[in-house]
Design a protein around this ligand. Structure first.
Ligand code: KG4
Ligand code: ZN
Length: 332
């Protein structure tokens, strides 16, 4: 079954064709990263305008690259939320147009379901699994059952993990998007240089909190700047990253103990983090669990993951009509 996936929830305009939820036939993504870097973050109005000019081009190109047409597609899946409303509306409107023109079924997909489905593209995932979602907008621990239904165990009470990475990067004067830059510097820094807080570890909850950590970094840097002390960005990044990873690992360990699930999927943009990937590898050995990361290219936003999630939704009999809307906030 071939699904055309469309993703426009933030600053990537992406279209992909995926067979049976796991075989990538083709993907074309127009990134706006450099445009938004000039502003230090994504500007919603600018993002939606660029989606408008790119959307039909990326769909046309993926069809051309794979030598396919809408006749070869079984259904059209599109991210309908959560995300930037203006950006989402472009993808949803385009998907409705393609569905109407071709008569093919339309499937609205939750963006986080897409991040989870990314782990099963070109690799084996035996559902049910425990899923740690760490993206720019979300930090959540979920269970995902055989029918691709989700149950939320916990979530961040304030900033998402990726958001904390981007904010700390900003405090250090690193350009947007800061996550990958902090990751790189952390690899050569001293993780014990600063003793940053690990929030909510004493509480019996699967929730997270990262805003205090960001404030702690800000306070430490302000203090050092006032004293005219040299700031070693590598050490700040390594110490910050160690605090994030400690919390993610400990909460995941507790969720494994509670649910009894032995397979953990780590999804979302922060799943591209090298420090987290290495720490999770050691964690998998110590806890005797199987940890699955999506291939790097499917960690950050892409349409292949939306096509994959659309496939699972379609197999469960889900289909939307042309009244499908876009939602900035959308429960899983
Ligand atoms: O999943 P994603 O592409 O978009 C959302 O759905 O939010 O995630 C983007 C987030 C950004 O905050 C970015 O800084 C972070 O993922 N990110 C990373 C890395 N690569 C991307 N954070 C830490 N280390 C990385 N290597
Ligand atoms: Zn995302």
């Amino acid at each position: 079954m071939i699904i055309l996936g469309i993703e426009t929830s933030c600053d990537e305009t992406s279209a992909a064709l995926v067979a049976d939820g796991r075989t990538l036939l083709g993907e074309v993504t127009a990134t706006q990263m450099e445009i938004h870097a000039a502003f230090g973050g994504v500007v919603p109005e600018v993002a939606s305008r660029h989606h408008v000019t790119s959307i039909t081009q990326v769909v046309d190109k993926v069809m051309k690259d794979t030598q396919m047409s809408l006749d070869d597609v079984d259904a059209i899946a599109v991210t309908c939320g959560p995300g930037l409303l203006g950006s989402l509306l472009v993808g949803v409107s385009a998907a409705k147009g393609y569905a109407l023109a071709s008569g093919k079924p339309l499937i609205g997909v939750h963006h986080i379901a897409g991040h989870v489905a990314a782990a099963a593209i070109e690799s084996d995932v035996a559902w049910p699994v425990l899923c740690l979602v760490v993206s720019g907008g979300h930090t959540e621990l979920l269970t995902v059952d055989k029918s691709f239904q989700f149950e939320k165990l916990g979530a961040t009470k304030d900033d998402a993990a990726g958001e904390a990475y981007d904010k700390v990067a900003r405090l250090l004067g690193l350009a947007y998007p800061g996550g990958p830059k902090v990751d790189k510097l952390a690899q050569i820094g001293n993780a014990s240089a600063y003793d940053f807080p690990r929030a909510l570890l004493d509480e019996d909850t699967f929730d997270f909190s990262f805003s205090g950590l960001k404030s702690a970094v800000n306070n430490a840097l302000t203090k050092q700047r006032n004293r005219r002390e040299e700031i070693v960005s590598e050490d700040v990044c390594a110490s910050f990253q160690a605090a994030v990873i400690d919390v993610l690992l400990e909460k995941t360990r507790r969720a494994i103990a509670t649910t009894g699930l032995r397979q953990v999927v780590v999804a979302g943009g922060v799943a591209a983090n090298q420090g987290l990937r290495q720490a999770m590898e050691s964690f998998a050995v110590a806890e005797q669990v199987d940890v699955v990361f999506p291939p790097l290219r499917f960690c950050t936003d892409n349409a292949a993951m939306i096509a994959a999630a659309g496939y699972y939704r379609f197999c469960q009999g889900h289909q939307d009509d042309l009244y499908l809307n876009a939602y900035a906030q959308l429960p899983l």
